[in-house]
Design a binder for this molecule. Structure first.
Ligand code: SF4
Length: 467
């Protein structure tokens, strides 16, 4: 009689962007092939991993604070193995072993596919295992189709289609941590999405730091994001497709037209503006003026009248004057965006802006914080303005589950990515993963409230107990 070994346990923390969360799902899929299962209690784990982000200093500090706490666990139980993944590993490499000597494995964004081998080495007693290549080959992406990532959701999936970036904005570490732009082959992406559809996923989000640059690095074909959207739209079972994050310079007319024409492509585009002042935009090396950004957003609204555009902003960029900051605040309304993410500038090693800051152009932290709050208030007002026209409208929602704030309601998103919390006579189980119609009864600054429109012809078995 053969006995199978009990599964080993992995505890994984993820910091940063959706691409990091998608990478973590792939890591868990790879570790499953090695007999690991995920646990929520780090004290039970044989292997602890933090998948790090380096966009802001606070995320890097948080990663090292996890490692510090895990080092104490390892002092009590030396069998535990600790790994650091992601952008901080990619940039800091072997110096991490000096700063956190209890770390066993440091692996970067380009070496995720090697994780099973790295873990085997660690459990075989090897120390200071380092894997941080600069750029993985395009074909390396194919492993994703073989490992079946362990996904957070079984309705909506992230699918990375392009990694890295060639833009080198003066504040950003991505080209140093994720490398130069590399697009995954359409064949590999289509195989993954066919597999997702076969497993009942309804929605996919195509990910990339500059997702609309997809295909620019192909040398063997002329193929871009619009072509991919057309092909993915043909896949039965997938109901909704979105993509993020776009760069204003690459959002071409064909992509906008695809959003207008393809029923499965959601009417939502996330395009960072970063600043509303032309001099700051030039110093950021963004490659467009404020007016060009406004023109792009208005072109989208002309071609796709029911679309929502959202953005990103950075305040407190080195040397930013009060007048320049005010132009950023004004840009929120002038652009007509629906919402935006905001951040106070944080210097990142290797970048030109960090040098400018060190040479005396630093904006004091208190000023950055004050500007951040002013900008958030402007975005809140704008978002509220853009949400009000939804009142009394009936919109399509993909149901995600119970509302976190009020579990007696369910929650989902519109095709324009707005969160809708709604009342319904049906249970969570009956509706999760379904597209339903909801009548909006109240517009709030960052979300909508509504009531589900119950179709007369809804089959009886769906009418289960009320929530
Ligand atoms: S385009 Fe985006 S990812 Fe690329 S360097 Fe600029 S901010 Fe970073």
């Amino acid at each position: 009689m053969t006995t199978t070994a009990p599964p080993r346990k992995v505890y994984l923390e993820t910091l940063g962007c959706q691409m990091n969360f998608n990478d973590s799902e792939v890591m868990l899929g790879l570790l499953r092939t090695e007999g690991f299962e995920r646990v929520e209690d780090r004290e039970q784990a044989d292997l602890l991993i933090v998948n790090t982000c380096q966009i802001r200093g606070s995320a890097e500090d948080k990663a090292f604070s996890y490692l510090g706490a895990w080092g104490k666990l390892k002092a009590k139980n030396p069998r535990i193995k600790i790994a650091m993944a992601g952008c901080v590993s990619q940039q800091n490499k072997e110096t991490i072993f000096k700063r956190a000597p209890y770390v066993d494995i440091v692996f970067g964004t380009q070496n995720i596919h090697e994780l099973p081998e790295l873990v085997r080495k660690a459990f075989n007693g090897e120390n200071n295992i380092l894997a941080v290549d600069r750029q993985k080959p395009r074909s390396t992406y194919d492993y994703i189709n073989d490992v079946a990532p362990v996904r957070e959701s079984d309705i909506s999936a992230w699918v990375t289609i392009i990694e890295g970036c060639d833009y080198f904005c003066t504040y950003c570490v991505v080209p140093y941590t994720r490398g130069r732009q590399i697009s995954r082959s359409p064949e590999s992406i289509i195989r993954e999405v066919l597999n997702l559809a076969a497993h009942g996923f309804k929605e996919i989000t195509l990910l990339g730091q500059t997702v609309d640059s997809y295909g620019k690095d192909f040398t063997d074909r002329q193929y871009g994001l619009a072509d991919l959207l057309e092909e993915l739209s043909e896949i039965a079972g997938i109901e909704r497709i979105r993509f993020m994050t776009s760069h204003p310079l690459d959002l071409n007319d064909r992509i906008i037209q695809a959003v207008a024409d393809l029923p499965k492509v959601m009417e939502y585009i996330h395009i960072p503006m970063q600043a509303g002042d032309d001099e700051i935009l030039a110093r950021m090396k963004r490659g467009y003026t404020a007016q060009q950004y406004y023109d792009l957003v208005h072109k989208i609204y002309d071609k796709v009248p029911n679309a929502a555009v959202s953005g990103d902003y950075i305040v407190g960029f080195p040397g930013e004057t009060e007048a320049q900051f005010q132009r950023t605040v004004e840009s929120v309304a002038l652009s007509g965006i629906h919402n935006a993410n905001t951040a106070a500038y944080s210097p990142r090693k290797q970048t030109p802006a960090a040098i400018w800051e060190a040479r005396g152009e630093e904006i004091p932290e208190a000023v950055k914080e004050e500007r951040l709050q002013i900008l958030i208030a402007a975005i809140r007002e704008q978002s509220f303005k853009m949400n009000r026209p939804y009142l009394d409208q009936t919109v399509e929602i993909l149901v995600e589950g119970k509302s976190k704030r009020n579990p007696s309601r369910l929650t989902g998103r519109t095709r324009t990515n707005k969160v809708v919390n709604f009342d319904t006579p049906f249970s969570e189980d009956a509706l999760v993963g379904q597209l339903v119609q909801v009548k909006i009864t109240e517009a709030l600054p960052f979300s909508l409230l509504g009531e589900m429109v119950v179709p007369d012809a809804l089959p009886a078995p769906d009418r289960v107990q009320t929530v």
